[in-house]
Design a protein around this ligand. Structure first.
Ligand SMILES: C[S@@+](CC[C@H](N)C(=O)[O-])C[C@H]1O[C@@H](n2cnc3c(N)ncnc32)[C@H](O)[C@@H]1O
Length: 260
């Protein structure tokens, strides 16, 4: 007799839980992660001024337009389990993403909008003589990164609590900035962009990974996707030069930009 007895009854809850998990995951993807999105502090505030314009908020958006794109809500820390879902590697080929990054062993990498640190830790293994700065604005996400860092005993990941306008990185200190599935929810993309450019060393790269906005087969809500043209427009406005688009992933672009 096994731990759960010998009949079918005790197995049902596990089977049900598996089906429920897969069903929930599917729903989440179809809904563009909307169920884990939380209201931004910006919601409802007039978002006019500077490079921003106020618009009636769409269900996933904060009612703030930047270069023709409405900014989406921030994904709350309660969505952390979704970032760590077991099928993610296969669905998004996150292994290929990590392999594709233009990294040297001694690079300092800033993973901005790091969430749970899903990418920060495997990237740390690619920069054994460098460091990964895992930046997020949610203290709960930072706490998850810290727990993981201690559990894994990784010496070259440092968690950084940024704010909505500034990732808190020293000027000219970073070789590569990585932003995966986070830029579209930056509430102040212009200020964040300028601060990120300042933090890059001359010749440093910014790697932007977003769901492909021009691809209708990518079942993610529009505000959680970006077209290559929009991403290039926004990065070029910061003075970054487009270097290449790496097209190896099933649902996302990998866009590489360089600071002159
Ligand atoms: C959808 S999650 C993606 C997490 C991680 N990059 C991944 O792919 O697993 C987006 C993260 O970006 C963070 N974020 C949103 N705005 C930010 C900002 N201005 N600076 C840093 N992090 C931000 C959110 O708190 C959230 O943890």
């Amino acid at each position: 007799m096994g731990r759960f007895g010998d009949g079918a009854t005790p197995r049902r809850p596990r089977k049900f839980a598996r089906i429920a998990f897969v069903g929930f995951g599917l729903l989440f993807v179809l809904a563009g992660g909307a169920c884990a999105k939380q209201d931004s502090p910006e919601r409802g505030e007039p978002a006019v001024g500077g490079p921003y314009r106020s618009v009636p908020p769409s269900p996933d958006g904060i009612g703030k337009l930047y270069m023709g794109r409405e900014i989406s809500h921030v994904m709350g820390h309660r969505g952390a389990a979704w970032l760590e879902r077991p099928d993610r590697e296969q669905e998004e080929r996150t292994d290929l993403l990590i392999q594709s990054l233009p990294l040297e062993p001694d690079d300092v990498v800033a993973d901005i909008g790091a969430g749970t640190g899903y990418f920060s830790f495997p990237i740390a293994a690619r920069v054994p003589d460098g460091e990964v700065l895992a930046v997020d604005i949610q203290p709960e996400m930072r706490a998850l990164i810290e727990q993981r860092r201690i559990k894994l005993g990784v010496a070259n990941v440092r968690s950084v609590l940024g704010n909505e306008t500034d990732p808190g990185l020293a000027p000219a200190s970073v070789d590569v900035i990585l932003i995966v599935d986070a830029y579209h929810e930056f509430s102040h993309p212009r200020e964040m962009g300028e601060a990120m450019v300042r933090a890059l060393k001359p010749g440093g790269r910014l790697v932007l990974v977003e769901y492909r906005g021009e691809d209708p087969s990518v079942m993610i809500k529009p505000l959680h996707k970006m077209t290559e043209a929009q991403a290039r427009k926004e990065m070029e406005a910061l003075g970054l030069g487009w270097e290449e688009t790496i097209g190896v992933l099933p649902v996302q672009h990998i866009l590489v930009f360089r600071k002159p």
